[in-house]
Write a new protein. Structure first.
Length: 270
């Protein structure tokens, strides 16, 4: 990517962060029990408002009120699966953006079948690690649980196919995050390995992507902005952390303190 386009993405990310904090988007999270607390705290630190509304008969009506919806398949109990389909159906009818995070799909049948059903409802954005993206595209069997056994570059062709076939933006999380609309690929080179050593380091990004998706119809730009802001905050937090425990605290502080000027100065987009 040339320097002009990189600068445009950096400027867009800075502006979208400013708009997000002014607007305080309400993000409905139907997410897994392991990461709910960290996800909610990440949204609060960012400047958004989390709502963990995932019960059948409540999830649909709330999706009509929400600014965006996150669907994370980490612990898909029966009632939550029903609520996910309900929320997505209403979100689509209301024009509300929603993010699909197909956690650990491939070898595990319940979540894999659910992910394929939800994929047919055309997510606004899909976020996953490389093995999850490959499995969602039907080109592999997933990684080792929630851990990827593939690289982001390995998953790029699968991500492009998903984007074209379902009209979604696809974000592949890795050492370098890659965001694609099937034609344009954008790489975000910020981040830290410590994100893989705390609970919810990837899952909370899905919620942040949802919060940014509520800010503009250009969902490639909003997804790049979300990845850039999230990984830049993590990169800054890593510099002042002794390990995963102090990193988790520092990350929330840096996410809360990150300014548009910090984004302009620090994001690496190529």
């Amino acid at each position: 990517m040339n320097s002009r386009l990189s600068n445009q993405h950096a400027q867009s990310a800075a502006e979208l962060l400013r708009r997000l904090r002014e607007g305080v988007p309400l993000v409905q999270c139907l997410t897994n029990a392991v990461v709910a607390n960290f996800t909610a705290n990440s949204l609060l630190a960012l400047g958004a408002a989390p709502a963990m509304v995932d019960l059948p008969t409540e999830a649909g009506p709330f999706a009509r009120l929400a600014s965006a919806v996150l669907i994370n398949l980490g612990t898909p109990q029966h009632d939550q699966r029903v609520a996910m389909v309900e929320a997505v159906t209403v979100a689509n009818a209301a024009g509300t953006p929603w993010v699909l995070d197909p956690v650990a799909i491939g070898a595990l049948p319940v979540r894999t079948h659910l992910a394929r059903d939800l994929l047919g409802l055309r997510p606004t954005v899909i976020r996953g690690n490389p093995s999850e993206i490959i499995a969602l595209a039907g080109a592999g069997h997933g990684g080792r649980g929630v851990d990827s056994t593939d690289s982001a570059e390995d998953a790029l062709e699968a991500a492009r196919n998903l984007a074209i076939d379902f009209g979604s933006i696809v974000a592949i999380s890795g050492g370098t995050d890659i965001v694609t609309d099937g034609v344009r690929d954008v790489r975000v080179d910020n981040g830290t390995e410590l994100l893989t050593r705390i609970t919810g380091g990837g899952c909370a990004l899905g919620a942040v992507i949802a919060a940014f998706a509520a800010q503009d119809q250009d969902r490639l730009a909003t997804t790049v902005a979300a990845c850039a802001v999230y990984t830049l905050a993590a990169e800054q937090a890593a510099r002042e952390s002794a390990g995963p425990g102090s990193f988790a605290v520092a990350f929330l502080d840096r996410l809360a303190g990150l300014t548009p000027d910090d984004v302009l100065a620090g994001v690496v987009i190529g």
